[in-house]
Design a binder for this molecule. Structure first.
Ligand SMILES: [Zn+2]
Length: 1024
């Protein structure tokens, strides 16, 4: 998927499934907690804790009911001694962890109590293991193997639900699905029937699978021969989105059974599952469009299924539709047959073996253009009025598909590949196998209104999604903890492919800027290892973040440079061949690489230090003549005492690269693997300067200690001695070090003094980012005069560059992109004559009633200037409603969000949430723009607070959109009052909300802003 823009070590699956007490917070495992102490009952502080295991999804205030449920279930099962809360209540076992984590000497009485409990516990456990592998329930004795199933939650009908884990049991696996759906775009409901062929791995009486929000009418089980179809009881446990089909007789090992489930549901009004979209056709009449978005956990809301990525199966899909509409699914259409008056059924070919999250279908009025390449038909689909904007996507998709087939040495395995523009879509795109869905702005290119930047975005998103057809679809991560294997790889391949096929787009510059942003997140305490254990839906949703995507990709970039391009590519080929149509973990990738390096390099050992740790290293360089001393430590803002320890677990194996004044070309790049805390490199001769992390191909920051001055002088005298990426890297590193307090802000400002001679996009972008970030924080803190002085500094550095820009679409793509950025910045901040020129053009455009063609690259700057007046804003909104170009609309909505009129800003955010005039897909973009301005930043946060419930209903908790809305609406705060307010707000919400990683990131960021101000405010007064 392409978004828009528990740090414990993952247990192998079999360990999780067989871990008796895993995940139950109220269960005490005596063997694992040696420091739990018997206490006198009087000393016990009873703290009720909710048990996710035994309740039916109720709130905290319903705890008493939950406890009763728990106790009755537990008593029934004879296991009440295992529950901490009920145990405390009954004074049967009284334990509390010593806060100092040291063991106290227990009294004789408590020793006796403890011993008795231990004896009972051990006897019971032994009885369970040694006796007949049988569990006594109301129904009698079942022959079972899972001791962990002793405690069951309750199903919606009050019966015991036979499974307590979030993950599905491994005793039954799906092989094939026959899915028949009948969506009704008038009633906005759908009916469904699914036959699932399952294979039994271990004898069982139940089939547990996922279902969410489905109204199940009937379930049957048919045995392998197919003659005996028997009705089956089904139980539902909504807290885990699970249902259990109870077999009338034992399901035997090695046998196949077919489960049939009949159900119905409403088309969703969120962006997940099988959802509906309303849009206006070319005659301005309302039409409905139905599409799917299943990743990560929403296939279960369209059909009952084994909704975990490792449960791969084949799918035969049939969709009944209005004969005037069309349908698409992963596979080509096999047949269309009449059903009743005006209704026909489309049947698609059986799919390849794949994960449920990759299943997709669309029902709508669509038009397409197609082209065949290497035996596959590539088509771009859109609603009819957008058909003239699909040409660029088709050419691009064909070129990229051809590139990937050669690069991976595996053909794209399907006969067709459809790319569909969806009129309302939360993320950028979704890689469903054979049916990739896109947000319209990420697929449609309009030659009159799409800018150079838009072209790059479309190319990048197509490149990303096509790479997923191999990374993700052919080889899938086994579980969501390794999401980076999908997303990091697709992001990495996106840039590899673009550099190769579209070098004129200079996509590596964008990648560099994204890496800087990912490092910013990764330097906070709230960060997480790229591969992190996840269980809950919020945790899974939160994996779709900059770390899985960008850090994952930049680690692969670093590895590619270390191994060399050819070895790396050979390793990928081995990985894809070894695991095709299967699932993989991070280690499988390293093993494949090691097969290629053949023992010369241990890729697994190296990469584990990067994948299993959060954060990244800071390498400090001290140069004395030709001797370079190196030292690594963790780069972390908000150093807290425990983070200062020289814990060896924070030792990275860093493939360092460097160039020197004696030879600064790429072919002169030297390498050194720093796998110790410190090391010394001896150069063959003395050098004038040395620059590490060549082209920022490594994921670390370098501090040059006493050598910054040399590099500052080099940039002043001859900045082109270093590559543009190296220059951007130095700017980023010195400002990061100034934020950490390791280097002075004065030196950082001194380093960027050379920028008025700079003409490359990436160093200019980085310098502008750093300075405008400081400006923004000062402005919001009420330091207006100082903010104005920062703006003067920006003008001093970039003023000439802004004056040199033409208001046209001429030049290379890189020049055009730089122009868009500089003029939009100048018009936003009323710098130079930007607004004068832009206003003249806006007035002409208004006079022509929007028919005059504006240069696409400067269109946003013109709209920003125009939106400053009330008339201009109203006109822009009118044009927004009637425009058929999503590229144009996107620039309009951004300009509309820059107004200083408070009422208009509130109106924009509210209307976008409602999704009528402005689509809800734009909301995070609007909130982001509003949050940046002085007028808007408090409004944006108020909006989030007031609409929190609506927001989390529309966009799931933890989703990329919610992550963005939270972090962006709070990113400008730099006071303790705001810190307290943000903390209290989320603490007062659900536990799931306050535990979100993005909430922690928001809090860390505010603290960092406060710290930055305390450290640098006085210095800024002197400097500017
Ligand atoms: Zn992706």
């Amino acid at each position: 998927m392409e978004p828009f823009p528990s740090d414990r070590i993952q247990l192998p699956r079999n360990m999780i499934e067989n871990s008796m007490f895993e995940e139950e917070p109220d269960v005490v495992d005596l063997a694992k907690e040696p420091c739990l102490h018997p206490l006198d009952p009087d000393e016990v502080e009873y703290e009720p804790r909710s048990s996710r295991l035994l309740v039916r999804g109720l709130g905290e205030n319903e705890m008493d009911d939950d406890e009763e449920d728990y106790e009755s279930s537990a008593k029934l099962l004879g296991m009440s001694f295992m529950n901490r809360s009920s145990g405390l209540r009954n004074n049967m076992s009284v334990y509390r962890q010593n806060p100092n984590e040291s063991c106290l000497v227990p009294s004789t009485r408590t020793m006796v109590v403890c011993t008795v409990i231990l004896v009972i516990a051990v006897s019971l456990i032994m009885a369970i293991y040694l006796l007949p592998k049988c569990i006594f329930t109301k129904e009698g004795c079942y022959k079972k193997n899972y001791t962990m199933e002793l405690i069951y939650p309750l199903a919606t009908n009050g019966k015991l639900f036979p499974w307590s884990k979030i993950r599905l049991p491994p005793d039954v696996v799906p092989l094939h699905y026959d899915l028949v759906l009948q969506p009704n775009l008038t009633t906005l409901k759908f009916a469904g029937s699914v036959n699932i062929v399952v294979n039994v791995i271990q004898v069982t009486w139940k089939i547990v699978l996922h279902s969410s929000g489905l109204n199940i009418m009937k379930a049957t089980i048919t045995s392998a021969g197919g003659q005996q179809t028997k009705p089956a009881e089904f139980l539902e446990y909504p807290l885990h989105d699970q249902i259990a089909i109870m077999a009338p007789e034992a399901l035997l090992v090695g046998q196949n059974y077919t489960v049939n489930i009949e159900y119905s549901s409403n088309l969703s009004d969120t962006y997940y599952g099988f959802y509906k979209i309303s849009y206006k056709d070319e005659n301005s009449e309302q039409r409905w469009f139905a599409a799917t978005q299943f990743e990560p956990l929403a296939a279960r809301s369209a059909f009952p299924c084994f909704d975990e990525p490792a449960f791969k199966a084949t799918f035969l899909i049939k969709i009944k539709r209005d004969e005037k509409l069309s349908t698409l699914s992963n596979m080509p259409k096999k047949a269309t047959t009449p059903v009743t008056n005006g209704i026909v059924q489309d049947e698609f070919f059986v799919s390849l073996k794949m994960s449920t999250y990759l299943v997709a279908f669309v029902v709508a009025d669509l038009k397409n253009i197609s082209r065949e390449t290497n035996g596959s038909l590539v088509s771009i689909y859109a609603i009819p009025q957008h058909l003239n904007q699909v040409g660029y996507a088709l050419n691009t998709a064909v070129k990229l598909l051809e590139f990937y087939q050669k690069y991976f040495l595996i053909n794209y395995p399907l006969e067709k590949l459809d790319l569909v523009a969806i009129p309302d879509f939360q993320s950028g795109a979704m890689e469903n196998w054979g049916l990739i869905t896109f947000r319209e702005t990420a697929l449609l290119f309009d030659s009159n209104t799409s800018s150079a930047r838009d072209k790059k975005l479309i190319t990048a998103v197509i490149a990303h999604e096509l790479a997923h057809q191999w990374f993700g679809n052919l080889v899938t991560m086994e579980w969501w903890n390794d999401l980076w294997l999908n997303e990091g790889f697709a992001t990495f391949m996106e840039y590899v492919a673009m550099e190769e096929i579209f070098p004129e787009l200079h996509s590596d510059e964008d990648f560099l800027n994204l890496i800087f942003k990912a490092m910013m997140k990764d330097s906070l305490n709230s960060s997480h290892p790229v591969s992190s254990a996840v269980q809950s839906s919020e945790q899974i949703e939160e994996m779709f973040d900059a770390l899985s995507y960008i850090k994952g990709a930049s680690l692969l970039l670093m590895l590619k440079h270390y191994l060399t391009k050819d070895v790396f590519q050979a390793g990928i080929e081995v990985y894809l061949h070894n695991h095709n149509y299967g699932s993989a973990q991070s280690d499988d990738l390293w093993d494949s690489m090691n097969e290629v390096t053949n023992g010369t390099l241990d890729v697994k050992k190296l990469m584990k230090t990067w994948i299993q740790h959060k954060g990244f290293p800071l390498v400090t360089i001290v140069r004395k003549r030709n001797v370079i001393s190196l030292q690594q430590e963790k780069f972390l803002y908000h150093m807290e005492p425990e983070n200062w320890t020289s814990d060896t677990s924070y030792l990275w194996h860093i493939p360092l690269t460097y160039i020197t004044s004696n030879c600064n070309f790429t072919h002169c790049t030297s390498a050194y693997l720093l796998d110790q805390k410190s090391a010394v490199i001896e150069l063959p001769e003395e050098v004038e300067w040395i620059k590490f992390n060549v082209d920022m191909n490594g994921y670390y920051i370098v501090h040059y200690a006493e050598d910054w001055k040399t590099l500052i002088d080099l940039l002043k005298k001859n900045h082109t001695a270093l590559s543009p990426k190296d220059r951007a890297n130095l700017i980023n590193n010195i400002f990061s070090l100034a934020g950490l307090g390791k280097e002075s802000l004065e030196k950082a400002f001194e380093l960027i003094d050379y920028v008025n001679k700079e003409s490359s996009t990436s160093p200019l972008t980085q310098a502008l980012f750093q300075l405008s970030h400081i400006y923004s924080l000062l402005e919001k803190k009420g330091e207006q005069q100082l903010a104005v002085r920062v703006m003067h500094r920006i003008e001093h550095l970039l003023g000439d560059k802004i004056d040199q820009q033409h208001w046209t679409d001429d030049g290379t793509l890189s020049e055009r992109e730089l122009r868009s950025m500089l003029l939009a910045f100048a018009c936003t901040h009323d710098m130079r004559n930007c607004r004068t020129t832009a206003n003249e053009m806006f007035k002409k455009w208004m006079k022509s009633n929007g028919t005059m063609s504006l240069p696409s690259d400067v269109m946003k700057a013109i709209f920003i200037a125009g939106a400053k007046s009330s008339d201009g804003w109203e006109f822009l909104l009118k044009m927004y409603s009637s425009s058929v170009s999503e590229a144009e609309k996107s620039k309009m909505i951004e300009a509309l969000s820059t107004t200083e009129d408070v009422r208009k800003l509130i109106w924009l955010m509210q209307n976008s949430l409602e999704g009528e005039v402005i689509r809800a897909q734009e909301l995070s973009h609007i909130v982001s723009t509003v949050s940046q301005s002085l007028t808007g930043h408090l409004l944006a946060w108020d909006f989030v607070k007031e609409n929190w419930e609506k927001l989390t209903r529309k966009f799931h908790l933890g989703s990329y959109t919610i992550q963005n809305i939270i972090t962006l609406s709070t990113s400008q705060f730099a006071t303790k009052t705001h810190l307290l307010e943000v903390k209290s707000f989320f603490e007062a919400k659900s536990e799931e909300s306050s535990q979100l990683r993005c909430v922690k990131e928001a809090i860390d960021t505010i603290q960092l802003n406060i710290q930055w101000m305390e450290r640098n405010l006085a210095k800024l007064q002197e400097l500017l």
